[in-house]
Design a protein around this ligand. Sequence first.
Ligand SMILES: Cc1cc2nc3c(=O)[nH]c(=O)nc-3n(C[C@H](O)[C@H](O)[C@H](O)COP(=O)(O)OP(=O)(O)OC[C@H]3O[C@@H](n4cnc5c(N)ncnc54)[C@H](O)[C@@H]3O)c2cc1C
Length: 467
Amino acid sequence: MSSLAQGAIVDGGAFEQLQSSFRGELVRPDDTGYDEHRKVWNGSIDRRPVLIARCTGVADVRAAVHVAREQDLLVAVRGGGHSFPGLSVCDDGMLIDLGPMKGIRVDPGAGTVRAQAGVLLGELDRETQGFGLVVPAGIVTHTGLAGLTLGGGIGWVMRKYGLTIDQLQSVDLVTADGDFVKASEDENADLFWGVRGGGGNFGIVTNFEFRLNPLGPDVVAGPVFWPMEDAPQVLRFYRDWIADCPDELMTIVVQRRAPALPTMPPDLVGKLVVAVVACYAGPVEDGERVVRPLKNFGSPVLDLCQPKPYLAHQQMFDPSFRHGWSYYVRSCDVAVLDDEVIDIVAEHGKRIVSPISSIALWQMGGAVARVEEGATAFNGRHAGFTFNINGNSQTTDGFDRERQWAREYWSALAPHHTSVYMNFLMEEGEERVRQAYGAEKYDRLKTLKRKYDPTNFFRLNQNITPD
Ligand SMILES: Cc1cc2nc3c(=O)[nH]c(=O)nc-3n(C[C@H](O)[C@H](O)[C@H](O)COP(=O)(O)OP(=O)(O)OC[C@H]3O[C@@H](n4cnc5c(N)ncnc54)[C@H](O)[C@@H]3O)c2cc1C
């Protein structure tokens, strides 16, 4: 056990040392707010760090790293706290919480935005959309920008503007030695390659700088729903419809029980449905034309695909992924939606029990696939589709059953698995991390790890070990 875990940080003066140089809040187990600040999004995770260092800036991050290092403490780093397996909180060690670091500065003239590591996606969109601009990022507004970006970042406008990392220009980073470095194409280029997909393995990113692109503010977007029993026909139509669609169109197929939301007719709530959710990142008239065949297919039970502010569309999934519920995910990429895959999807969709279990089947391609595979650490640019199979429950009751459903769905797809997106992994072991990056990139990432974090100080992540 580390000396801090034994209480020496208080007795031995290390806590006082940190306190004297720390501007943010230091929270210990007996302090008010401890339970609030140790909580992460996934309610099935319950861990108790001995100290939470709530950083307000780079100086706080460096001070926390120095003390953790001196005290030989396990460190968890938290951006938005949305790691599916709860990697951003730990038992016994120090939690370096970047949540208070909320600075965002849009420079519309330069077409760039700087965002600090505690920013959430909805906060970034609000600022950038104020200028009709966007960073391509994820689909739930309360997700952290930091963890999402460091893994790659997939979302509604990626087929038009690429992954989140494809618009990243530079980062500021605090290393395991507490040093401050910058990384971009021109400075520490090896590190810049690694942080674009390699997660938090190389240090704590304190600031991100992105290029901006025009969007909206209105877009044609939203879901069209059919009964789950129509899934085989809907998916076959869908496969053909998207085969040669423009990059502006991005779609996600969702299977779930219809949620009890104000937009849902009461008689549909709780019924098994399959939906195609679209977002057209271009002029509204073009979007209306492109989505028309989808809206006209078969007999939809509900059609909510229409012009709306992009900011409203971005919030659509928020109520389905509330903080504190129990979440479990299995994920894989597949190359094509052939009949066999479609039959698996149709069959396993029918077995959803929980009102909040769901799958998201992401259409990949477009601008994502036009960046050269070796350009960044992110792996899987040529994936056809990404599966996100979410076995969730509102309390721990029934959670085992939902996890089992997710595992069975994922296993049935095993003959079709290609890669997996690092940010959708649970704690699945080193071999899966290696699979996520592929052997060549994994070796390159290891070399980088040896250079920037040879002692594996940053190991609560999809870990790339230095040895
Ligand atoms: C509801 C939900 C929706 C999601 N939607 C999408 C989506 O649309 N697109 C997508 O690509 N992904 C999505 N994800 C996955 C998401 O990208 C990852 O869970 C990501 O890690 C979340 O980032 P965070 O900052 O909230 O995570 P955290 O839990 O805070 O951190 C995740 C990991 O990153 C490390 N980390 C965090 N901040 C830093 C930092 N500043 N420097 C170094 N390391 C850091 C942590 O130590 C941890 O290992 C979603 C996840 C959830 C739960």
